[in-house]
Design a protein around this ligand. Structure first.
Ligand SMILES: [Zn+2]
Length: 368
């Protein structure tokens, strides 16, 4: 937290929040292990909106998911509403599905108070009552992971100021980077047929570069959260598909926090088994220079395979083809050959190890 933060209690009062349970308006009584309650932000105002808090059975970190910061980015707030109903296993899931109720009811990006996603300056108090109310939830629950679900009318081409669709922007840091990469790979591999729509990764712009005042930037820089801004393409794609993409990405990013013990949670790739190494076959001759010279007729050349090297298991067999016809003429580490007149002798040695891996080497002796 930045030391420029306003006092928390004052903000909660200002935001109309009573987080002690007094404004609890709903709690689940289901048999699910997770328990859920909710409360209202800015109750009684046109910005009144519901915050859902789901507690998993096992302890764990807190995740905050927000949608509807922009009122015409439907898949974001629809997905957040579904995520608010998740039956999590661990940790705490705080969801603000409809952050900007006025903008959502007008189906407009910004509603009546300017662009809500420019009202969270880093190191400073949020600039509107709605932004302060939303930020009070971050301060109260101190999430370690924050996801903000949006849509864009164009696919991201590298500029944060143009279309940003099909992108997961993420805060710096090893875990956030790894989780974003994993989620993007997962959704691309399993939920996208046309690679035109493959999700890309993006970083956050620096505090003094446009765009600034973003909710996720403040969550990362002032609250120390791993923060993710998920953008789907709002044109050409069916709404259900866009909602599913948001949901899958959020599920994948938060698997470790909210679904600890679930086997679908991404687990680190195990160390690969060491790759078996084949042997290396090697022939030495006596005379040593037998392959370099034209030999006399009737010369007997000693052939020795004992300079061969084992790979990951020991060599159990040497096979010699002394005539180049592919058939084995001799076995064992040593053999010999007496040469005839005016001939070439292609000599092939095959070494085989205990795991059946082989290597072959060839020399040529000549009386030509
Ligand atoms: Zn947006």
């Amino acid at each position: 937290m930045s030391d420029t933060n306003y006092p928390r209690r004052a903000v909660l009062a200002m935001a109309g929040v009573a987080l002690g349970g007094a404004s609890l308006i709903r709690a689940t009584g289901s048999a699910n292990a997770a328990t859920r309650e909710s409360f209202l932000l800015l109750e009684g105002t046109e910005h009144e909106t519901e915050v859902f808090v789901t507690q998993g059975e096992a302890d764990g970190p807190t995740v905050l998911v927000i949608g509807g910061i922009h009122g015409n980015e439907t898949a974001g707030y629809e997905a957040a509403a579904e995520i608010a109903e998740w039956d999590i296993e661990s940790g705490t899931l705080v969801t603000i599905p409809r952050a900007n109720e006025v903008a959502i009811s007008n189906d407009s990006r910004i509603g009546d108070g300017g662009d809500l996603n420019r009202q969270f300056p880093t190191g400073e108090e949020p600039t509107t009552a709605l932004a302060r109310a939303i930020w009070s939830v971050v301060e109260e629950y101190e999430p370690t992971t924050v996801l903000d679900l949006h849509e864009s009318q164009e696919i991201y081409d590298g500029s944060d100021l143009d279309g940003v669709g099909q992108t997961v922007f993420h805060s710096a840091g090893e875990k956030a980077t790894r989780d974003a990469e994993d989620a993007v790979n997962f959704v691309n591999n399993n939920y996208i047929d046309d690679s035109t729509y493959n999700f890309k990764l993006g970083g956050f712009s620096s505090p003094d570069t446009d765009p600034s005042g973003l909710f996720v930037h403040k969550a990362a820089r002032d609250a120390g959260a791993d923060a993710f801004l998920v953008e789907t393409l709002s044109t050409d794609i069916a709404l259900d598909t866009r909602i599913e993409w948001h949901s899958v990405i959020t599920r994948r990013v938060t698997g470790e926090e909210l679904f600890a013990g679930d086997e679908s949670t991404p687990t680190p790739t195990p160390e690969p088994e060491p790759k078996p190494e084949p042997p290396t076959a090697r022939i030495t001759t006596d005379p040593a220079n037998a392959t370099d010279v034209t030999l006399e007729e009737d010369t007997t050349v000693q052939l020795d395979a004992s300079g061969s090297e084992a790979g990951s298991s020991e060599i159990v067999k040497f096979a010699w083809d002394l005539t180049g016809d592919g058939a084995t003429d001799a076995t064992g580490a040593q053999t010999s050959l007496t040469l005839g007149e005016c001939q070439k002798y292609p000599i092939v040695l095959t070494a085989t190890d205990a795991e059946g891996m082989t290597d072959t080497t060839e020399i040529t002796l000549s009386t030509l």
